[in-house]
Design a protein around this ligand. Structure first.
Ligand SMILES: [Zn+2]
Length: 125
């Protein structure tokens, strides 16, 4: 709280105007500085409509959320692929355990190596 008060004082010193509206999150009085409405405590930016109601400025945050969701999606898919490949690798190794046919073994090993390579490449995505 002390920090936000000193930040508020600094804003006033810079020529910001204290508004009658309060931050929706921390209830600190909002400040208008260079056409921006800011909360000195949580550093959030707000906008005011014609009726003097403040709303958080969400445009930038929304875009970030979209990017985060996209990243999450890629992560989730990569993880899922990884699990499938590891499942197949496990299956191949189990098959090898009971296999005494050299040709088949060679085939399994070759497939396993490809799978390991794929898993490795996937982890670099
Ligand atoms: Zn705040």
């Amino acid at each position: 709280m002390d920090k936000s008060i000193s930040d508020a004082v600094e804003l006033l010193y810079k020529g910001a105007k204290m508004l009658s509206q309060h931050c929706l999150d921390c209830k600190m009085p909002l400040f208008k500085h260079e056409d921006k409405i800011i909360c000195p405590s949580c550093k959030k930016e707000f906008k005011m409509d014609e009726n003097g109601n403040v709303k958080p400025l969400t445009k930038k945050i929304k875009n970030n959320e979209k990017i985060n969701k996209k990243e999450e999606n890629i992560f989730y898919k990569t993880n899922e692929l990884n699990n499938i490949l590891k499942d197949k690798l496990y299956f191949l190794i189990k098959e090898m355990k009971n296999c005494n046919d050299v040709n088949k073994l060679e085939y399994y090993i070759c497939l396993s190596l490809k799978l390991i390579d794929l898993i490795e490449r996937l982890s670099k995505l």
